[in-house]
Write a protein that binds this ligand. Structure first.
Ligand SMILES: [Zn+2]
Length: 688
């Protein structure tokens, strides 16, 4: 018998407790998952065994309370997998990913449980005796089950399950084909003249790529991080054309890795799945559960940005054409010329190097700036807790208190890249906010974490950030505040548990303060001279941000429009995809020098899972909201206006999913979001 207790089965649900970072070992997860899953099974059985009629309290609120321990263990597990992984922990993941998925499926297909949830939904209790938040929770939980096929029976139910399995299989095949097509292709750069125009970092990357493939010299591959710099700097127009065509046609004209048949099957299966659930098309099914509500609403927004973006791209093209002429190119520009001449224009008109900006953006000062912004907007204070030990020495822990000095959250930062840490930046939770707990339990105080992958300076505090890094820091902190300020009753709708096209509002909105001159004037001080950043540099940072935005908006919006059209097509199995893409783009008046950011045969957002299917538009949807929301401060004449900030806190950062998204937005803003602030923010409204 093992006498050492499993630390994962200890309790860290109370305000003063933290996950058992020091004690936990990979081998603790398997027994803890088994035990916590059984516990949730028992909790659900207590609900379904109840002989009393189903009610909100004994079914919906009770279900929201189940799985508390499994949830806490899962949060710690996924955080460690991302931030402090190991081979042993990865082995746990290989074994447990399918088991956890199967358990989630077991809960979702529990017929006795859904029968009670459905009974509450049908009883009419909703409108009569429930609070607005309770009604939202009831709708949310009911919809969770319905969208996973809970209302289907017999052959329809079997077919729904089979479609899900087949989709998982061929979506994985789609991703492998894209990787295979990328892996198979190299453009060999044979002699010195083939390297013309390339800066050292591209030459180094091309040499490294050759070495990894056992080749001599230099090769260009189809990875975005190598081919885009090649297209940006190579002065060899003939080689740019070859690389560009190979890149934009990957997954298409390839004997082994042709993705067209897979795409048609994926689209047909999604359509069938949506129709089994009673929707006309997959786009209707997907967008019903987003703020946009309907495919038409999503498309209408994309079209509103389309014409101004095309016009801006037209003005950009004229600039590029002039630069090309100055270099002696009299031909019409082609798609493989855009990035090359855009770089020439950028250097002459908007020159801005990291060397010039970085000394003003130390991580220490920018962290102070984001805490100060949160304090001025929402009245909250961050205090370091040096005695709390996280999972790695780089982790810093803060307590977060409100204006009345009440503890509302803990905040972790883990800012630096290192081995066994996932790339990118993200916000995550170790504990979520809820008050729906066992009788007598104190409310759950959230533990929120922000991860970044900045390159650490020897002295961590003097780490310097690029302007993109600063935006990322504020972006993730915006998600973090959404978790920390959450003030709802139920776990399923707390914090960032909101719809997919709403969840980026709090994060993208917070980015506006990152580049706000009044904030930077106070905090962006030169690391050695301590001089505040100059007005001139601030202006140039702002101008550079919108350079080439016509091109970027066109290549993005074309993707969103094709995505929506494909997922509304009545007979996708019969499509000739290349012809469909071309006909749609011609109808939209796509400039011929620009192609879709992702063409269909390698559009992994759409075909690697259902998550972004009929949903590539969500980035711009959220951008409309954040630009319009920040305009509320601009209109008030103060980027820290207390009345606007109070409404923002109450209706956006604290509300979770307790109120329908458009309703809560209206409560904050007093009007529906306008598109113009987003267009202005992207520089699409300026005239020639
Ligand atoms: Zn985000």
């Amino acid at each position: 018998m093992n006498s050492t207790p499993n630390p994962l089965l200890s309790d860290w649900s109370q305000a003063s407790q933290f996950p058992p970072f020091a004690a936990v070992k990979p081998e603790h997860f398997a027994p803890a998952f088994s035990s916590a899953m059984q516990q949730q099974r028992d909790e659900i059985k207590a609900i379904t065994d109840n002989t009393q009629a189903a009610s909100f309290d004994n079914t919906i609120a009770a279900f929201d309370r189940t799985g508390r321990q499994l949830n806490l263990i899962s949060m710690l597990y996924s955080n460690l997998l991302s931030s402090r992984s190991s081979e042993a922990l990865q082995a746990v993941e290989l074994e447990w990913a399918p088991k956890l998925a199967a358990f989630a499926n077991e809960v979702a297909s529990n017929r006795a449980l859904f029968a009670r949830i459905d009974a509450v939904m049908q009883s009419g209790q909703a409108a009569a005796a429930l609070t607005e938040e309770q009604q939202e929770l009831l709708k949310r939980i009911h919809l969770d089950f319905v969208r996973q096929g809970a209302q289907l029976s017999g052959t329809a139910s079997d077919r729904f399950g089979a479609i899900g399995e087949r989709l998982a299989q061929i979506q994985a095949q789609f991703v492998q084909n894209v990787m295979g097509a990328e892996k198979d292709y190299t453009l060999q750069l044979n002699d010195k003249s083939d390297l013309a125009g390339l800066p050292d970092f591209v030459i180094g990357g091309a040499a490294q790529a050759a070495k990894e493939r056992g080749l001599n010299g230099h090769v260009i591959t189809l990875s975005r991080s190598l081919v885009v710099p090649f297209l940006t700097y190579s002065s060899r127009r003939d080689l740019r054309k070859i690389a560009y065509e190979a890149w934009t046609e990957r997954g298409e004209k390839h004997a082994t890795y042709d993705n067209h048949p897979l795409i048609k099957e994926i689209l047909a299966l999604r359509l069938e799945m949506a129709q089994l659930l009673g929707y006309k098309t997959f786009a209707d099914y997907a967008i019903e559960d987003r703020m946009a509500g309907t495919p038409a609403a999503a498309r209408a927004l994309m079209i509103k940005a389309w014409e101004p973006a095309k016009q801006k791209a037209g003005r950009e093209l004229a600039q590029l054409q002039a630069a090309a002429k100055a270099e002696g190119l009299s031909d019409e520009l082609m798609p493989w010329d855009w990035r090359y001449y855009a770089e020439k224009v950028r250097v002459t008109e908007y020159a801005l190097s990291d060397d010039e900006t970085k000394p003003y953006f130390s991580l220490k000062n920018m962290t102070a700036a984001m805490f100060d912004t949160a304090q001025r907007l929402f009245g909250i204070q961050f205090k370091p807790m040096p005695d709390v030990v996280g999972y790695h020495p780089d982790v810093k822990v803060y307590s977060v208190t409100d204006a009345k000095s009440q503890l509302i959250a803990y905040f972790f930062t883990d800012n630096f890249a290192r081995p066994f840490k996932q790339g990118g930046a993200w916000m995550s939770l170790y504990r979520d906010q809820t008050r729906n707990l066992a009788a007598g339990a104190a409310p759950s105080i959230p533990i929120v974490s922000n991860n970044n992958n900045f390159a650490r300076a020897q002295d961590a505090d003097s780490t310097l950030l690029s302007t993109d890094d600063v935006r990322t820091l504020f972006h993730e902190f915006g998600h973090g505040l959404h978790g920390m300020l959450s003030n709802v009753h139920y776990a399923r709708i707390s914090g960032t548990n909101v719809l997919q096209d709403f969840v980026e509002l709090p994060s993208q909105l917070f980015e506006h303060w990152a580049m706000e001159p009044s904030v930077l004037k106070r905090f962006a001080k030169h690391v050695t001279t301590h001089e505040p950043i100059s007005d001139d540099l601030l202006k140039r940072i702002e101008a550079a941000a919108n350079f080439n935005s016509g091109f970027e908006t066109v290549e993005y919006n074309a993707c969103t429009l094709i995505d929506l059209a494909l997922h509304q097509h009545p007979t996708p199995a019969s499509l000739d995809l290349a012809a469909f893409e071309e006909a749609e783009l011609t109808r939209l008046g796509m400039p011929k020098q620009i192609k879709m950011r992702h063409r269909l045969p390698h559009f992994s957002h759409l075909f690697s899972s259902n998550y972004y299917a009929a949903g590539y538009y969500v980035y711009m949807w959220a951008e409309v909201l954040d630009a319009d929301a920040f305009d509320a401060f601009t209109e008030a004449g103060n980027v820290f206006d207390p009345a606007v900030a109070a409404r923002l806190k109450q209706h956006i950062y604290s509300a979770g999913g307790s109120v329908a998204p458009m309703k809560t937005y209206l409560a904050f803003r007093g009007k529906e979001p306008a598109v113009e602030p987003m267009l202005r923010g992207r520089g699409l409204l300026e005239t020639a």
